[in-house]
Design a protein around this ligand. Structure first.
Ligand SMILES: [Zn+2]
Ligand SMILES: [Zn+2]
Length: 145
């Protein structure tokens, strides 16, 4: 598979499983307190270890198990992109728009950084981070961030 397509496929899988895990962290009462540590601050780096294990397994482990990368360079690109888009979604700074690559994908399919900030204000909206289709399917998409 071409490296660009491989990265795109990993990104889509990461966002799909990340969205489902995120939804599970909200809807499953025993898990909710671990995720709500993250909701106490709007930061990529404020997490309970159990929330981190669940989310990193969904966003990194599962996609890499389904689509193993053929090189360390591609692995680095995937980890770098995932980390920086997550950081971008916790800021309203202009660089977040560029890092999250929503300028590359037309029709609003790729979500701008303000999308996740809506989730921090309203935990019933915006469980996904990068692609609008998951929240559209879950009816949790709010059009204006
Ligand atoms: Zn967050
Ligand atoms: Zn949440």
């Amino acid at each position: 598979m071409h490296p660009t397509l491989h990265l795109l496929a990993l990104d889509v899988l990461s966002d799909l499983f990340g969205t489902l895990a995120h939804l599970g962290m909200h809807k499953c009462p025993p898990l909710r307190p671990y995720h709500y540590v993250h909701h106490q601050k709007t930061s990529t780096f404020h997490n309970h270890p159990i929330d981190l294990v669940v989310m990193m397994t969904a966003k990194l482990g599962v996609p890499l198990a389904l689509l193993p990368v053929p090189s360390a360079a591609l692995l680095w690109c995937f980890l770098f992109a995932t980390m920086f888009t997550s950081m971008a979604h916790h800021t309203a700074a202009p660089w977040g728009y560029w890092v999250s690559l929503c300028w590359v994908v037309p029709f609003g399919l790729r979500l701008p950084p303000g999308h996740h900030l809506v989730h921090h204000r309203d935990p019933n909206r915006h469980f996904g981070e990068n692609w609008a289709i998951w929240d559209w399917a879950l009816t949790s998409l709010q059009n204006k961030p």
